[in-house]
Design a protein around this ligand. Structure first.
Ligand code: FMN
Length: 253
């Protein structure tokens, strides 16, 4: 049995959460970076002996479109999939059901799904420090139950929450821009998952391409990318108000 992890994690929270699970499933896990704008995802073909952990963040209660199209390009060929949806303690709504449909559409056989919480990548004070020690204990427990299911050979599909048609989400509209600390080093452009930042002039961002994933803010070594202050503060006030209650990870098998 070979284990893979195909992860869309612009700012690292989805990756950190998935690693807690993947380490319990196997020592040797091969990574596919779904944020890689130049990777040929169509070149990945799996088989029935493979287990692929497919992990995405929730954006507006949906699976990010970019992740959907990249996962759809993979060839599952009956490989078993463990789905992971990570969200910022608001809600994940239709993310898991959309991820499940996408994985099945790509030929995977879904055997388990997890929802978990990580720091909110727009408003870092929301779910700050998560996944924390309690999350780690829970996620390791989940991983050992998933391991048992995989070892048993059972391939029953879990019922995951969510609705079809999926809720509509037109994006957050929060497009980061460069401030006067920008040195045009190009790191943000190189790592943008959708190539929305001009490599020759990183101060230019294609607003229609940007998915507001916050990778550029996270990765800039000079703190030179920022959001519109008014929009950010409005979002912060709203999210801090509605996300007070601690949400807990869930396992679906
Ligand atoms: C554009 C955008 C939309 C988001 N929408 C939601 C949401 O609907 N519900 C929620 O709880 N968190 C939401 N979040 C927070 C992320 O799901 C969460 O921080 C996740 O851990 C980010 O993954 P990453 O660190 O791997 O990039 C959103 C974040 C972004 C950037």
């Amino acid at each position: 049995m070979k284990i893979w992890k195909a992860i869309f994690s612009p700012t690292g929270g989805t990756g950190k959460t998935t690693d807690i699970i993947s380490k319990e499933l196997g020592a040797d896990v091969e990574k596919i970076d779904l944020t890689d704008a130049v990777c040929d995802f169509d070149s990945f073909g799996f088989n029935g002996n493979d287990v692929v952990i497919i992990a995405v963040p929730s954006f507006g209660g949906r699976c990010p479109d970019t992740a959907v199209s990249r996962i759809s390009a993979l060839h599952g060929n009956g490989a078993r999939a463990v789905l992971v949806c990570v969200y910022g303690n608001r809600a994940y709504e239709d993310t898991l059901i959309e991820l499940c449909d996408t994985a099945k559409g790509a030929g995977f056989s879904v055997v388990a799904a997890v929802s978990a919480i990580a720091e909110h990548s727009i408003v870092r004070t929301v779910a700050a420090g998560r996944p924390d020690d309690d999350d780690k204990i829970t996620l390791r427990e989940f991983a050992s139950r998933i391991s048992e299911k995989l070892a048993s050979g059972c391939i029953g599909e879990p019922s995951v929450p969510g609705n079809r048609p999926y809720k509509s989400w037109g994006g957050s509209g929060m497009v980061p821009s460069a401030n006067n600390k920008c040195t045009s080093c190009g790191i943000c452009a190189e790592h943008c998952p959708v190539s929305a930042i001009d490599k020759a002039d990183p101060a230019k961002t294609d607003k229609d391409r940007c998915i507001s994933c916050m990778r550029c803010l996270e990765i800039c070594p000079n703190g030179a990318r920022e959001l519109d202050e008014e929009m950010f503060l409005a979002s912060k006030r709203r999210l801090e108000e509605i996300c007070r209650e601690r949400k807990l990870p869930e396992l679906f098998m």
